[in-house]
Design a protein around this ligand. Structure first.
Ligand code: SF4
Length: 434
């Protein structure tokens, strides 16, 4: 069986030209990068979690679906303040049910946004954003600035599908007519393939953006800006001239900007810089989301409850305070007493102290592939690979919603999707609380 134009849930690019051949030779994926290929190969992986597991006597053992659900629901109901963490590999429909479950339990619901591009989301709230769809940027841009991003490793097909190689309105010869600037303290494969590499000192994005804004206003930055950023005023002026002189420029913000000193203030300054550049030419900005559906949670939570991530329902209504109700802070302060992690791969994002605390509290994991979090869990529910084994909505890096059909059904009799699993858990929790 051959399936064409399949959407890849490997990262925020949501490439929609993947071909899947399913046959005796296994699953052959065409057009995808190695990240996408690895994602699809999970379907046939022999490491797949196929049976529900519960911890007894310190060991995880296989059990019946209903028993695992019952135990998971009991953990959530008995907790005073459970944390529900929605990973970025799940579809919006599952995120919506997770939010409703969190509201019902009076817990906290958070997502990958808070440990990845949350600061960029907060920057948008502060400054607004001049954005464009990936298609508009592809057709019109003749200048691309990667700021704190390394797309050749984190989103390998971004350049070929959306940014550098496609031919466009002012770029009839594709990449030959485009200018690429990479702003990154590190040398990376992306910086080596750029026309200019602005190698600023680590953690000085805020100072560089402030200096660029000052120059844009026709004033001279303080001389200390050179020493702090490691970039001369001359270089800054040269970069600004290129930016002002293009027909259509795009800045792609990577997690390097959000995670360096200044956090959401960096993103806010970047959005302001782009607003000011629009006095000279057309300029837009977007986040380079290397996680698949982080944008999905932001949109669903904002439209249902008004806040993009880190929602606390302890008082019966949603409260939002990044730094207090976000996962890392809650775990560091030991402020939750149980956790439900859905396709989270959370261990990759947590400081050691937070991971240690997670190991102390009752934990439920819904995951397709074993990871350190499933090994520490009290209950493991087999995960369905969303947007591959079930249909659902994903948000692309440019905040466009993309509906993905399933290419193969759920491999389980007891659940059709992660959304279905969370719904069943919700029903069990309601039954216990009757
Ligand atoms: S760039 Fe992202 S969406 Fe495209 S094939 Fe690779 S992992 Fe999948």
């Amino acid at each position: 069986m051959t399936l064409k134009n399949v959407i890849c849930p490997g990262c925020g690019a949501c490439c929609d030209d993947i071909q899947i051949d399913l046959g005796m030779d296994g699953l052959i994926v065409k057009n995808a990068c190695k990240i996408g290929n690895a994602k699809f190969q999970q379907v046939v992986s022999d490491k797949r979690i196929r049976k529900p597991l519960i911890r007894e006597g310190g060991m995880l053992r296989e059990t019946q679906w209903n028993d695992a659900l019952q135990k998971a629901a009991r953990i959530l109901v008995d907790a005073k303040r459970p944390l529900i963490f929605m990973g970025s590999d799940i579809v919006c429909e599952a995120m919506e049910v997770g939010l409703q479950l969190g509201e019902f339990l009076g817990g906290v619901v958070d997502s990958n946004t808070s440990v990845s591009d949350g600061p960029a989301t907060m920057g948008i709230q502060e400054a607004g954003r001049v954005g464009a769809t990936a298609g508009q940027s592809k057709i019109k841009s003749d200048l691309v600035v990667y700021w704190g991003a390394n797309p050749l490793e984190s989103m390998p097909r971004h350049m070929s599908r959306y940014a550098i190689y496609p031919r466009g309105h002012w770029t009839r010869r594709g990449w030959l007519d485009r200018t690429i600037i990479t702003i990154d303290p590190r040398r990376s494969i992306t910086s080596e393939n750029s026309d200019f590499h602005i190698q600023l000192n680590a953690g000085t994005d805020c100072e560089l953006m402030s200096a660029l804004l000052t120059l844009l206003h026709g004033k001279q930055p303080h001389p200390s800006a050179e020493k702090i950023t490691g970039i001369s005023i001359c270089q800054m002026k040269e970069m600004l001239d290129i930016m002002k002189g293009c027909n259509f420029g795009v800045i792609y913000l990577g997690s390097g900007v959000s995670s360096s000193c200044g956090m959401h203030r960096n993103a806010e300054l970047a959005f302001n810089l782009v607003k000011e550049l629009n006095s000279f030419t057309k300029f837009v900005i977007g986040s380079l989301r290397s996680y698949c559906n982080t944008g999905g949670f932001t949109h669903i939570a904002s439209s249902l409850y008004g806040y993009p991530f880190g929602l606390d329902f302890a008082r019966g209504y949603p409260r939002y305070n990044p730094g207090e109700f976000t996962t890392v802070n809650l775990l560091r302060e030991r402020d939750v007493d149980a956790a439900l992690l859905v396709s989270s791969n959370l261990d990759a994002h947590l400081p050691a102290a937070c991971a240690e605390y997670l190991a102390e509290i009752p934990m439920i994991c819904i995951d397709a592939i074993p990871c350190p979090m499933t090994m520490l869990s009290n209950v493991v529910l087999p995960g369905v690979i969303d947007a591959v084994e079930c249909e659902g909505t994903l948000y692309r890096l440019d905040d466009m919603s993309i509906y993905s059909n399933s290419i193969i059904g759920s491999p389980f009799e007891f659940t059709e999707s992660n959304e279905h699993t969370i719904k069943q858990l919700f029903e069990k929790a309601k039954d216990i609380m009757k």
